[in-house]
Design a protein. Structure first.
Length: 241
């Protein structure tokens, strides 16, 4: 092989372009194959990472996509439809106060309902149909869900290689904010706001005593098992006291 061809064959696997400084500032993981099988394969039923290659073992998927699992906690009567009062009830179960739960129910159901409806006509009860939740996926996100609601391990792992500067597997609120800024797509105002709102709520819910949002909390948020865990912990606490 000629020298130029050898150089080209080596270059095609590089993760940094010297004329694009952001590729240096926000590196991607190049070693994921050493930690989990096929990290670039979209997972329909589980949300694995390099420390949990099989996902959340104790979490039952019920053959829902990972994105469907993410919202299923709020389907309190288990009929596949989430009404605003169910969103409110789910938020209360997670420990949010009455005002915050009411605001979440209004914002979430009003903004997401129409995209998930089975027909063209709006429903003033603002139901969210879990079967169609993939249609409510907004832009300017991490890419950890694909457009069909599957989970992309490689994009989840890249959150930490790109933005975790203080602790390798945790993010501060400033780092979360930087992530939402880095994920912005042009002219996508709804996606910008939705991304910041979602991650801020998760930070409030699951940050640790040192003010970090852990990788595990984030991963389990994607498959919804975090919500089940938080609700059970809160219920156990109130039964004890």
């Amino acid at each position: 092989m000629k020298r130029d061809e050898i150089t080209e064959s080596r270059d095609n696997m590089k993760i940094v372009a010297l004329q694009a400084p952001l590729t240096v500032a926000r590196p991607v993981r190049a070693d994921l194959d050493d930690h989990m099988s096929k990290p670039y394969l979209a997972r329909a039923l589980a949300a694995p990472d390099m420390y949990h290659p099989e996902g959340t073992k104790e979490h039952k998927h019920h053959h829902l996509s990972v994105m469907q699992q993410h919202v299923a906690f709020f389907d309190l009567d288990d009929n596949g439809i989430i009404y605003p009062w169910e969103t409110y009830g789910g938020a209360r179960a997670l420990g949010f106060n009455v005002i915050m739960s009411l605001l979440l129910a209004i914002v979430i159901n009003v903004t997401m309902s129409y995209a998930t409806l089975p027909g063209w006509f709006p429903n003033l009860l603002f139901p969210i149909y879990i079967h169609n939740i993939h249609k409510a996926k907004h832009g300017s996100d991490t890419g950890s869900y694909d457009t069909e609601g599957r989970y992309m391990p490689v994009n989840f792992e890249n959150i930490f290689s790109k933005y975790a500067r203080t602790v390798p597997d945790k993010l501060t609120f400033r780092e979360l904010w930087s992530m939402t800024e880095g994920n912005r797509n042009a002219y996508d105002l709804y996606g910008w706001v939705a991304g910041k709102l979602e991650w801020t709520i998760l930070y409030v819910l699951a940050r640790d005593e040192d003010g970090f949002l852990s990788r595990e909390a984030m991963r389990r948020c994607f498959d919804g098992s975090l919500f089940e865990y938080c609700a059970k912990q809160r219920e156990a606490y109130y039964k004890t006291y």
